[in-house]
Design a protein around this ligand. Sequence first.
Ligand code: GDP
Length: 359
Amino acid sequence: GDQEVSFGIEESLKELAQLADTAGLMVVGSSFQKLVTPNGRTYIGSGKVTEIKNAIHSLDVETVIFDDELSAGQLRNLEKAFGGEIRVCDRTALILDIFNQRAATHEAALQVALAQMEYQLPRLTKMWTHLERQAGGQVKGMGEKQIEVDKRILRTQIGVLKKELESVRKHRRQYRNRRVSVPIPVVSLVGYTNAGKSTLLNRLTGANVLAEDRLFATLDPTTRRVQMNNGKEFLLTDTVGFIQKLPTTLVAAFRATLEEISESSLLVHVVDISHPLAQQQIDAVNKVLSELDVAAIPQLMVWNKVDKASDSQKIKIEANNREDVVCVSALTGDGLQDFCDAVQARLKDSMVWVEALVP
Ligand code: GDP
C-alpha cells in the first residue's frame, strides 16, 4: 500500500522535521549519512557522531532525533557520546509522543499507552546496566535479574491494558449508534501531515475566541469554533496527520487516535495538491477512512496549496467540475469563502437538526 510510494532520504527527513514541529520542538538542523550497514554501537559512524556533537554545542541543541528505529544499546551509546543532558530518540518515540498528546478518547489513550509499553519492553536495559557499572562490577548479574523483573512487570501491565482495551471496544460496539448529541456540528480535518490542516484551522478562526467562552474552554487546542456569515457556527477539529513512514508497530495506535472522527458531522479531507505524490496520499487516506466507521459521514475534499502548484489553473478548473472538491490556499486565503460555503451546504441538514435540538 502506502509504502510502495518511493520515499527518499530528504523527503523522509523533511517529514521528520514536520513531526518534530507538531510535537512542539523547534528544528535547528538536520543531517544524514549513507552507510552500507548501520554502526552497531552508534547507528551512525564515529566521524558523524563527532560532527553532530559539535553541532549540538554550537546550536544549543536539547534533542537529537533519528529517522530510523534505534536499539537500546545505540540509544545509550549515543546519549553517552553527546553528553548526558542531550535527549536522543527515534522516529517511533517521537510519533508516540505526538499520539500521546493527541489521543482524545479513552480508547485512543489506552492504545497509545500500549504501543508505548511495547516500545519500551526491548529497551529496558538502560538504568540497570548503568547501576551495575556504578557498583564496579561487584554486583554483576544483579542488573540482569532486575531487568527480567522489570520486563515481567511491564508484560503484566501490557496484558492488563489489552484486556481493558478489549472491554472498551466491546462497550463502544454496543453503543455505537447512541451518538453524543453535541449542540454544534463538528467538522473534522483529516489528511497527510504537512497538507496544511492546522494552517487552514488557524486561517478560519481566531484563537482568542476560545479563551473567553466558558462553554468551550475545555476544548483541546486542536479544536476551534468557526462562525459563518449567516451567524451559524461549527467546531473545526484537527486530527493527527497521516505519515508516509509510519512504523507498523504504531498502526493500531494511529487508527485509535482517528476513531473520534466517527462522531463528526462532516469530514474534510485536506490534500496538498502541489505535492508530487498527492494522488497516492489521497488513496492512502481513503483506504484508512474506508476501514473506519465513517461511511455514513459526508465528506468534502479540499485541494490546498493551489498557490504553490505549477498547474494551478488546470487544477482549479478540474475542482470546479467536481461536486466534492474545493480549491483553496490556506496561506493566501484564496478560496476560503468557497470552502465555508461548501461546508455550510453539507452541514445544512445537521444544522436543522441541531436547531431543533437546542431550545
Ligand atoms: P498540517 O501538518 O497538515 O497541519 O500542515 P501545516 O498546516 O502545519 O502546514 C504545513 C506547511 O505547509 C507549513 O509550512 C505551511 O505554511 C504550509 N502551507 C499550508 N497551507 C499552505 C498553502 O495554501 N500554500 C502554501 N504555499 N503553503 C502552505
